[in-house]
Design a binder for this molecule. Sequence first.
Ligand code: ATP
Ligand code: ATP
Ligand code: MG
Ligand code: MG
Length: 259
Amino acid sequence: MANSKYEYVKKFEADDRLPPCNWIVVRIDGCHFHRFSADHEFEKPNDKNALNLMNSCAVSMLEHFPDIVFAYGVSDEYSFVLKETTQFYQRRASKILSLSVSYFTSLYVMKWKEFFPNKELKAPPSFDGRVICYPRGKIIQDYLAWRQVDCHINNQYNTCFWNLVNSGKTEREAQEFLKGTQSKDKNELLFQQFGINYNELPAMFRKGSCVYRDKVEETVKQDKGGNSIKRTRNKVVLAHIDIVGPKFWSEHQYILEEE
Ligand code: ATP
Ligand code: ATP
Ligand code: MG
Ligand code: MG
């Protein structure tokens, strides 16, 4: 009663509910991670521990938010796909976005010591985020393909760049050297000059990281005869696989199934 005089201030709030029947993508990206990675001496071009930390946070995101059906990560970014029927916070964009970003950031800080036991966290990491609606599962596939192709292009360039720098070129010279080169030229350079077969580099670097739920067979216990008793369980899994081609999606149709 006493507060009713002030109630009208609520009317200034915008209704930011996202349209129904759309898949929702939340993409977060590390803020100034060029500097953050230098301050924490990340290995170049790919620091395995830093990527594993991002991936561990993404796995925890799927375990915490049941409406996230898929996540794809590369470098300092992660995309989270929420199913098209989600009623999470009535689909309010600012709620979904702020919760995703703040929960991920907290996980990153909490898990830091696990992945960098000998490195102190020197500055508070932060992530920006955006939310995008896509009306069809097919467009989600294209969105994810876009991110994975980007991962490939950047990783191939960065692998060349850092090998050139480590072999004595300045960063400027390495950049000049790579200007205008095609994918084929870069593979050739890596092989001829550095003895690196690009396709043999870790899949996590080349393909990025996918997180989703899958049926996994687990041994629950042994019976008296020593036979394993197995049970299939829905588990959050991490994989570094191709999601550009149709194979993954035809084998995992339940992920982007529409109601
Ligand atoms: P912004 O705030 O605009 O996102 P940024 O400095 O974070 O700026 P990005 O384009 O997001 O720029 O690029 C992220 C940078 O973080 C990369 O260029 C790379 O230097 C660094 N980085 C992120 N993850 C890793 C990693 N696992 N190993 C090495 N370097 C990394
Ligand atoms: P939502 O997730 O929708 O924000 P909420 O439970 O966080 O829900 P709010 O409307 O944000 O609800 O209200 C915050 C509530 O948190 C308060 O009503 C109060 O119960 C509790 N709270 C916040 N700060 C304190 C505090 N310092 N001491 C005691 N209780 C607090
Ligand atoms: Mg960034
Ligand atoms: Mg980035």
